[in-house]
Design a protein around this ligand. Structure first.
Ligand code: ATP
Ligand code: LTN
Length: 333
């Protein structure tokens, strides 16, 4: 790692296929961060098992996600790129941090409450401990910045609290990380219920556009997107959540500004507008999908990349963990 650069950490769970919400909220920016930061990117498979997964599917999703990262411009030679479960320090650090985290804090987490409702038959310890594992991920690499969607803000705040708590209880050990949130696109919403975030594990898959959706599917889903009845294409997330969500998607995929997009659709009907959004998204997804497939077909290459990544990650993570073990009083032979 280069000494003079700040460290940036992010991870995505290999649950299901990613949505364009994940893409816009995180993945599309990752390639551009690689020149300015020491980037550490992970496939968070240990987080994924906090809700039930089919083992074969989880394995396949992990490889597919790795290929997608690379297809989106993540260069394994420029960053540290690995699978979370390949680096045992994450579980170990999580355990150390657990003893500095209160049950009440975890019970108050919005995501825990949401997921407990959605998976009422499986409210497990891992689900509750999810934010501490995330803190372990981030703090192990002495991370300065964490780019995530707005849904992760609360988890980042608790990471900061835990870091400060540890530093105060022992002595300065962890860098206290900052979040980076995009202004437009930090929260892409469900096409059928624009008050909810678009999620890869949503109940109705027609509200989410998956990175693997083909052209017809993308266009069909956008055609059915919920808007409103005033036939006016303006960015106003509070009063026009459906239209604003489509505009946010359109501007990020077309590279146009919000003003430009509003002018372009001035006086047009919702039908034309939805078709235009569908077409630009389908156009942009096609080359990414082709590249992802090419990489996935080369299993040996992917396995090599992930083995190297885990080794690189381990060296940094172990160093931080050893410091922590020393400070908390574990006898070191
Ligand atoms: P799940 O439905 O399995 O909980 P998810 O779709 O919420 O998954 P995560 O794996 O939890 O996705 O998140 C990966 C990254 O994508 C995170 O940084 C998160 O902030 C971002 N993200 C997720 N959904 C959105 C969204 N709708 N808009 C913007 N960013 C998002
Ligand atoms: N919980 C995250 C995924 C994640 C993560 C992280 C993000 C796991 N560890 C560390 C940033 C930093 C999510 O995006 N849902």
């Amino acid at each position: 790692m280069e000494e003079n650069k700040k460290t940036l950490y992010s991870a995505i769970q290999p649950t299901n296929s990613l949505t364009i919400g994940n893409y816009i909220g995180t993945l599309r920016n990752w390639a551009s961060y690689q020149n300015d930061y020491n980037c550490v990117f992970a496939m968070a498979d240990m987080h994924a098992i906090t809700v039930r997964q089919q083992p074969a599917q989880l394995r396949a999703n992990t490889l597919a996600l790795a290929a997608l990262f690379i297809a989106c411009g993540v260069d394994p030679d420029k960053c540290t790129f690995y699978v979370q479960s390949h680096v045992p320090c994450h579980a170990e650090m999580c355990w150390a941090l657990n003893s500095l985290t209160y049950v009440g804090e975890m019970e108050r987490m919005t995501q825990f409450k949401d997921k407990s409702k959605r998976h009422a038959d499986n409210i497990n310890m891992g689900l509750m401990d999810y934010p501490v594992l995330m803190a372990a991920d981030i703090l192990l690499y002495q991370t300065d910045v964490v780019p995530v969607g707005l849904d992760q803000r609360q988890h980042l705040e608790i990471t900061r609290d835990i870091a400060i708590r540890f530093n105060n209880a022992y002595s300065p050990t962890f860098t206290v990380p900052e979040g980076i949130y995009a202004k437009v696109g930090a929260k892409i919403c469900d096409l059928l219920d624009p008050t909810k975030k678009m999620s890869k594990s949503a109940e109705n898959p027609n509200g989410s556009i998956f990175m693997t959706d083909d052209r017809d599917t993308v266009i069909r889903k956008f055609k059915r997107a919920v808007t409103d009845s005033d036939n006016c294409i303006k960015y106003d997330p509070e009063n026009k959540p459906g239209v604003s969500n489509l505009l946010a998607i359109y501007t990020t995929f077309s590279g146009k500004s919000m003003d430009e997009a509003e002018r372009e659709f001035d006086g047009k009907g919702y039908g034309d507008f939805k078709l235009a959004v569908g077409e630009i998204v389908a156009d942009k997804l096609a080359p990414v999908q082709a590249e992802q497939k090419r990489i996935l077909d080369d299993k040996a290459y992917l396995q090599g990349v992930l083995a190297n990544g885990a080794e690189k990650a381990y060296k940094v993570a172990r160093k931080t963990l050893s410091k922590v073990y020393k400070k908390i009083g574990f006898f070191q032979a």
